[in-house]
Each structure stands twice: as structure tokens, then as C-alpha cells.
Design a binder for this molecule. Sequence first.
Ligand code: LLP
Length: 401
Amino acid sequence: MKIDTKALVEKYGTPLYVYDFDYITNRYTTLKDAFSGKKSIINYAVKANSNLSVIAHLAKLGAGADCVSIGEVNRALTAGVDKYKIIFSGVGKRDDEIREALQKDILMLNLESEAEMKRVELVAKELGKEARISIRVNPNIDPQTHPYISTGLHENKFGVEIDMAKRMYIYANKSEFLNPVGIHFHIGSQLTKLDPIRESAQIVADLVRSLKAIKIDIKFFDVGGGIGVVYDDEVTIAASDYTQAIFRATKGLDVTLLCEPGRYMVANAGVFFTKVLYEKNNDGKRFVIVDGGMNDLIRPSLYDAYHKIEAIGVEGEKTPADVVGPVCESGDFFGKDVPLPPLEHNDLLVVHSAGAYGFTMASNYNTRAKPAEVALQDGEDRLIRERETYEDQVRLELKYL
Ligand code: LLP
């Protein structure tokens, strides 16, 4: 990202999220092109970065949305995503969420248990509607990623096993209020190996074939999200290898291919800027204390995730330092033993790859206001979310004081 960082930071302050929309365009187009020749929808996983302007940007390019709450469904609709490109997934949908999703006539609800299917049937019956559904199959494949973001093993809470899925399809097919149009799997996030995806796609495609044999016709084949990105020196999956594996698995099936990338679209579109407050040394251990905290970007604390950190425009010999925030937790860090030059008050650090699961996982812990968000597009910068104020944070409490 080529930007005048100093000017940006002066204009918008820190901590600050900045997203390169041209990069997002590029990612979308690369993936979409890799699907060329097949019917496909790229359902952007809104959870990765749910800023309305980010979703709207992708919607204009033709993207759909993968949502995990009615809030996300509403964000997608507000941002202009076509309702027939919106899917609603998640293991725990409430009745009111199911009702609203059916009323809003989105493409389909992605079901994760038999109990949920019965709930959806009941709500659809109350509304006098037929619910378009897909079923999330848990193929029991090890995605070879961090255990916290692995979802495709039977020990994970997600999806249903193949036999159960088949029984659910048979039930749904007979129901007056359910229309089983899709099938889905998602085995994990930050996937860097193609084999687990290939194997899962084959298992699920075989299920589609066996359903076809009993006259249950699946129209949407959803391979989930999870394509990994480069944070450090990972070797990632090329878009065309990914789609070729899916094409091979679904050979001969007349389906629309769906995928739900989140991180792939936005992780490396985003950076997080934070300013140095102080340096300190505890018995030889160097700390750089910055104005951003784990409440702004929790991935390092939560997953021990690596984010590259650099000082902007500062020269000098680099020595290792822990980059830590002001939050009252020892886990409040962005990086450990980061090679950094000597730093002074107000020097600027950039935390890379912060576009996915950055702002969306931010909180107000320690009554810290959430950062502002800025978009860069065609050489211009524009604010897409104001910095929160103290008043924003106490608004829902003040009247009860
Ligand atoms: N589809 C489903 C059903 C999902 O559960 C997820 C992510 C995605 C798509 C998008 O996955 P992606 O393409 O972004 O890998 N907070 C964690 C990631 C949690 C992912 C949860 N599900 C992190 O910061 O690494």
C-alpha cells in the first residue's frame, strides 16, 4: 500500500485502521476469474470485516455475503448485497433471527443440526413460507490449521455428519415448508494446504450424487471459506489451484459453486497504525508501549497470531522489543521480540495484515473507544467509520443513572 502515512495519521489520528479498496478489488477479481466458465457466487464472509463500506465495495463488484447473525444479514442488505446472494450460517440461530431472515427472502439458511431444521420448519410454517435451506456437512477432515479456527472435525461443534445430513435432506425434501437447495462445508480458517479442501469437496460431492440418485436435486454447492493468506512467510493456495480442485470434485454436477472467503479478501488490504507512547526496560527486557491495545486488535493475544510490525521513517539499530498496549492484561501485546529501532514518543508503528478479524473483533474493554476506519481507493482516502467517543460508549447506560 503506497500512502503518505504521516499525513493520514495526522488527519485521522491513532489508533487507526486503513483498508486498501483497490487491493480488495484485485482479490475479488482474481478469485472470481478463477471460477470462470462455471456458475459461481463469491459470498464474502462478512465477519472478517463488516464495515458497511467494505461490504458495499464488494457488493458493487458482484459479491454476495455469508452471514452468521441477523445483524450481519442486515449489514449485507444495507450495503446493497442482492438478497438472493445472501446466506445465513451459524450453529445457534434464534427464532427471531430465523423469522427475519425468512421474511427478508435471502438465498438460503445454512443449517447445522436436526433440531435447528425443525425450528426453521416451524417458523416457516408460522409464516406460511417455504424456507430455502442448505445443510452444513462436517466431513471429519483435519484442516491442518490452528485448533481454534478448525471446524471440520467431528470434535468441533459445526455441521452434521454425512449420514445425519442425508436423513435431514430426506426429511426436508418431504416437508411442505422446507426446500433443500444447497449443501455446505467449511473445515477451518487460514488454510494453507489444498488436500483437506479437495478431500472434503469430494466427500460432499459424493453426497450430492447419492442425493441425486434419490431425486433430491442440490443446486448450490458451497465450499465455505478459509483460504489462507500471508502473514509471515506462509505458502498459500493459488486461486486457480483452489477452483480446479473444486471443479474436479464436482465434475458432472449441475450446481452453482459458492465460496465464502473472508480473510482472503481483506486481511492484507488492511493495516493498523498505532503511535508509540513510551519505551521502557524491565531488567533488560525492552517494551514499546503504544496507544493501540488488544481491545483494538486481539489476534496476537487470542491466537498468538503473528502480525508483522514496522516502525515508519525511523532509522537506527534494531533490537528486540515487545510491542504492548495500555490495557491491564499481560496478554495485551501485538508482537514479541519485534526487531525495532530506538523509538520516541509519537513515532508511528504499522501492524500489517490487520484487515480481517481486526476491527470486527474489537471491544470497548477498559472503556477504550474503538478506532476510526479509513478507506483508500484510486489514490484518495475517505473516512468509513468515525472514531468512537466516550459519549457513544455510555449512551445506552446514561439514562438509567
Ligand atoms: N464461512 C464460515 C462458515 C466460517 O465459519 C468462516 C469463518 C468463514 C466462512 C470465513 O473464513 P475465512 O475465509 O475468513 O478464513 N477470528 C479468527 C477466524 C475465525 C473464522 C471463523 N469462521 C481469526 O482471527 O483468525
